[in-house]
Write a new protein. Structure first.
Length: 304
C-alpha cells in the first residue's frame, strides 16, 4: 500500500456463530468490495457470534460494512437467536478504527454515514464510544442493557432508550445496530481448568471495570459446550493503559482463590504489535530502560 494511503480497520460482529454458509455469504460481501482486505474471521456456536476483521480505504470500508450488514439482515432472524454474548441485533456492532493516516474524527463521520444508511433500511441505530452523543452511550454495556429481548420493548416506551438514528422500534427480524468510532480493542479470552461457570463469572466480575476491577477491561464468564474448561471472555479497550499481562495475572490471582488455574487463552481477531511487545517486556523482565518497539524485531527489516 502507498505510504500516505488512508487505512481504516473495522470489526463488525454478527449474531450468527453456527451456520458457516451464512457467515461465508456475509464475508463475501466484504471480500467482493474493492480496496478492502479480510484480516481475520472467527465464529463460535457458544457465543453464537461471528467476528470479522478487515481493513481498507475509508470509502471502501464504509461500503463493505453496508453490504455485509444488508446481507446479515437478510439471513439472520433474531427472534430465534440464542447465545452467551450480549447482543441487540443481527448486526450487533460495527466499529470504525483509525489505522493509518486517518483521524478519529474521520472515523466518527464514517460511523454516522453508516448509521444514516442503515436507518433508511428500517433498522434503529445507536452510536457508541467516540461517536456517542450521550455520555452514558460511550459504554456499549449501557446500550445493550437488557439485550435484544428487553430492549425490543424499551425502545418503544423509554425515552432514554431511543436510538440515535432510525425508527423507535426494532426491525422485525434484525433488531437494532450499534456503531461508532473507537480505538483498537483486543478480545483476549482466558480458559480455566474447571467446569464451574460460576467461578468464571465471579472472576469476570472481579476484573470488570464496572464492578471495581481493571480500568479499560470488560469481562464475562462463559460456559463452553463440549469443553472441559470454562472461559473468562475479556475485552480490553486500551491496551496501552491496561496491558494484557496485567489482566492475565489478575485472572491468575482471582482463580487461585477458587483452587483453579489458567490452562490457556484465546485471541479473537487480531491485536496491535505494541500489545505483544509490552507484555513480552514484562515477562522477559528486560533490564534495558528503553521500551521494546517493532524495530527490535528482525522481521521489521525485511521490507526494503
Amino acid at each position: 500500500m502507498e505510504k500516505d494511503k488512508k487505512i481504516v480497520e473495522s470489526v463488525p460482529n454478527f449474531s450468527e456463530g453456527s451456520d458457516g454458509e451464512k457467515i461465508e455469504l456475509i464475508v463475501n460481501e466484504i471480500k467482493n468490495t474493492p480496496n478492502t482486505r479480510i484480516v481475520d474471521v472467527q465464529y463460535d456456536s457458544d457465543y453464537n457470534r461471528a467476528v470479522i476483521t478487515f481493513v481498507g480505504t475509508p470509502e471502501a470500508v464504509l461500503k463493505a460494512n453496508v453490504s455485509a450488514a444488508k446481507k446479515a439482515i437478510e439471513l439472520i432472524d433474531m427472534n430465534s437467536h440464542k447465545g452467551q454474548h450480549p447482543r441487540i441485533g443481527a448486526v450487533d456492532v460495527v466499529p470504525f478504527v483509525p489505522a493509518k493516516n486517518v483521524t478519529m474524527k474521520e472515523c466518527i463521520e464514517l460511523s454516522e454515514t453508516f448509521a444514516e444508511t442503515m436507518a433508511k433500511e428500517g433498522v434503529p441505530v445507536y452510536l457508541y464510544e467516540e461517536s456517542a452523543r450521550k455520555l452514558e452511550r460511550k459504554n456499549i454495556d449501557n446500550i445493550r442493557k437488557g439485550e435484544y429481548e428487553k430492549l425490543k420493548q424499551a425502545i418503544k416506551t423509554d425515552l432514554e432508550r431511543k436510538p440515535d438514528y432510525g425508527p423507535s422500534e426494532f426491525h422485525p427480524t434484525a433488531g437494532a445496530i450499534i456503531t461508532g468510532a473507537r480505538n483498537p480493542l483486543i478480545s483476549f479470552n482466558i480458559n480455566l481448568n474447571t467446569k464451574d461457570v460460576r467461578i468464571a463469572r465471579n472472576i469476570a466480575k472481579a476484573i470488570h471495570l464496572r464492578s471495581g476491577g481493571l480500568v479499560n477491561i470488560k469481562a464475562m464468564g462463559t460456559e463452553l459446550a463440549n469443553q472441559d474448561f470454562v472461559q473468562v471472555g475479556i475485552s480490553n479497550i486500551n491496551y496501552r493503559k491496561t496491558p494484557l499481562y496485567r489482566q492475565l495475572e489478575l485472572v491468575r490471582i482471582e482463580a487461585a482463590r477458587y483452587g483453579v488455574s489458567v490452562v490457556g487463552s484465546e485471541l479473537v481477531g487480531v491485536l496491535p504489535l505494541g500489545a505483544v511487545l509490552n507484555s513480552l517486556e514484562y515477562y522477559l523482565q528486560l533490564e534495558k530502560p528503553d521500551k521494546l518497539e517493532d524495530k527490535h524485531l528482525l522481521e521489521y527489516y525485511f521490507d526494503f
